[in-house]
Design a protein around this ligand. Structure first.
Ligand SMILES: [Zn+2]
Ligand SMILES: [Zn+2]
Length: 111
């Protein structure tokens, strides 16, 4: 798995295409399906409790059906290290660190 402290240069939510697009400072380009971003929501309740929090999130989950809306209503940076989303059903407790997102990059080079 890619262990990185990379930071994004630009982060774009493309609602029409249903994609989260990140251009990283090292020029890597990542496109994530928003449904998958919802499916990998790293919050305690989506992970199934505190005991599950230590387990790594598998990249395959990016292509799983989300357990809730995958329509993004808003996105907000959390300090310098993460981003959080507000989904159309009101869920907003997932904090996605850049290192998590980078490790989940579904492109062929990261596979
Ligand atoms: Zn969640
Ligand atoms: Zn990649």
């Amino acid at each position: 798995m890619f262990q990185s402290v990379e930071k994004p240069r630009t982060v774009t939510v493309n609602r029409q295409a249903g994609l989260l697009v990140i251009d990283w400072q090292d020029s890597h380009h990542s496109e994530y399906p928003l449904s998958g971003i919802r499916a990998v929501c790293p919050c305690v309740s989506c992970r199934g409790g505190h005991a599950e929090m230590a387990k790594p999130i598998a990249r395959a989950q990016l292509f799983a059906q989300p357990n809730g809306s995958s329509e993004v209503q808003g996105a907000e940076f959390v300090g310098a290290y993460a981003i959080s989303f507000t989904w159309a059903d009101g869920h907003n407790t997932g904090i996605y660190t850049w290192s998590l997102l980078r490790s989940l990059c579904p492109c062929a080079a990261c596979d």
